[in-house]
Design a protein around this ligand. Structure first.
Ligand code: ADP
Ligand code: MG
Length: 417
């Protein structure tokens, strides 16, 4: 009805400060409010959070938000608090009295969004408490974590459905992800038992990103050449190991670039400081492992370089997706060598058979992408279940359609090892 529409628009403006909904946000929000199971598949940066945050402000009771990372939860809770919304999180960092305050706010109904890590959700006393609360709906953010086929599988996510059913079988679910290949999509629907869900999927095409793969020969020289051509611009250089991150950051500094390292082995304070320096333009380049980037919203990243090949096309798409958020062109450059693939395969040695097979399948997609002379965007999008009518004209293979590699032979070579 009109009044719901007005109310949504009003909250959008008055609470979140946005003049208009973006893309399908309004339709999604209405679907959530109507109590339907809703499945949202949109690329990073599309604005998925609003699709559960706004409904939570309108509906009675508390929305439960399941999210995989404590840092992500904290960011969102801080932001919502600044907007004047009562949002809280429940995780292992809270002491007893903080925990009680959160629970009181939920039971009394003032808390509109309660963020929970899946491992806290399974705790017996939390479960008892949630049964007593009035819950509006459950949002499962980063829903691909539920799937073994995905690039970021978290076993605790598998238990979500049982727990929700235990709390209340009628609770509506909204699942959100930026990385759903058709296989992962099916897995999410099955695991959350939401075959009946309304699906909102927007294109994964990032038209302003230029994709390029260069054979890795003298990688250090190649990198210096590339960043010299992009001096003063913001960029991220992804490396496979912490050691490599340190080495490349140092290399860039020695060559007169303002670069800082970022990886999980650094002190949390140093990590935070380096990240802030990047966000505040006190450094141009962050050299990082994949630990860097989730939840980081810097609009003017102009290039993302993969110094080493990533483990999967999903990861690659996520990482390159951090370029050009402002809609202005961004370059996504990967240095590719078969040696790197062999290295990645060695990491999988200790995994069990299923995990190893999955990891290998993901890696093979990566090898094909890097080696084939086919339009890169066509390959990427087809991986996400989208067919392009014609080649993009904005990738290296479209610009110079000569094959850099004899793709097929390389693929076979790797499969045999
Ligand atoms: P996702 O989870 O899909 O990656 P986020 O929810 O983090 O995306 O949103 C990305 C950015 O878009 C955030 O900075 C957010 O404030 C902004 N945003 C979301 N919705 C709107 C809107 N309707 N108008 C303007 N900016 C928006
Ligand atoms: Mg998100």
């Amino acid at each position: 009805s009109e009044s719901v529409e007005q109310r949504l628009k009003q909250n959008l403006k008055e609470i979140f400060g946005f003049d208009n909904f973006r893309g399908e946000q309004e339709k999604i929000i209405k679907s959530v409010i109507s109590g339907k199971n809703t499945f949202v598949i949109m690329p990073t940066g599309a604005g998925k959070s609003l699709c559960y945050q706004l409904p939570a402000t309108v509906l009675e009771g508390t929305a439960i938000v399941i999210s995989p990372l404590i840092a992500l939860m904290k960011n969102q809770v801080d932001q919502l608090t600044a907007y004047g919304i009562n949002a809280q999180f429940l995780n292992s960092t809270l002491n007893k009295s903080e925990m009680n305050r959160v629970k009181n706010d939920v039971i009394s109904g003032v808390c509109k969004l309660l963020y929970i890590a899946p491992e806290s959700l399974t705790k017996e006393d939390n479960l008892e408490f949630l049964k007593k609360a009035k819950i509006s709906f459950v949002a499962v953010d980063e829903a691909h974590c539920i799937s073994e086929w995905g690039h970021d599988f978290r076993p605790e996510y598998r238990k979500i459905k049982d727990i929700i059913e235990n709390i209340d079988t009628a609770l509506p679910i909204v699942a959100l992800t930026a990385t759903a290949t058709p296989k992962v999509q099916l897995d999410i629907k099955k695991s959350l038992n939401m075959d009946d869900s309304v699906i909102f999927k927007t294109s994964f095409n990032r038209a302003n990103l230029y994709y390029e793969v260069r054979p890795k020969q003298n990688a250090k020289k190649q990198l210096i050449k590339f960043v010299s051509q992009n001096r003063g611009k913001s960029g991220i250089v992804y490396c496979l190991s912490r050691k490599k991150v340190e080495e490349i950051a140092e290399l860039l500094n020695v060559n007169g670039f303002k670069a800082l390292p970022y990886h999980a082995g650094l002190d949390p304070e140093v990590r935070m400081k380096n990240q802030d320096a990047f966000l505040n333009e006190n450094c141009d380049i962050v050299v990082a492992t994949i630990a860097f980037g989730m939840g980081i919203d810097k609009p003017d990243v102009r290039f993302v370089v993969h110094y080493d090949a990533p483990k999967s096309l999903e990861g690659y798409y996520q990482e390159t997706g951090r370029a050009g958020r402002d809609g202005i062109d961004g370059t996504c450059l990967m240095f590719y060598a078969l040696d790197d693939i062999t290295k990645l395969e060695k990491f999988n040695k200790d995994k069990n058979v299923t995990e190893r097979d999955n990891a290998k399948a993901l890696l093979m997609e990566m090898v094909a992408y890097s080696s084939l002379g086919v339009c890169r965007r066509r390959q990427l999008l087809s991986y996400f279940g989208e067919q392009m009518e014609k080649d993009c004209g904005f990738c290296d293979n479209c610009k110079k359609p000569t094959k850099t590699f004899k793709g097929k032979e390389e693929v076979e070579l790797v499969i045999k090892t």
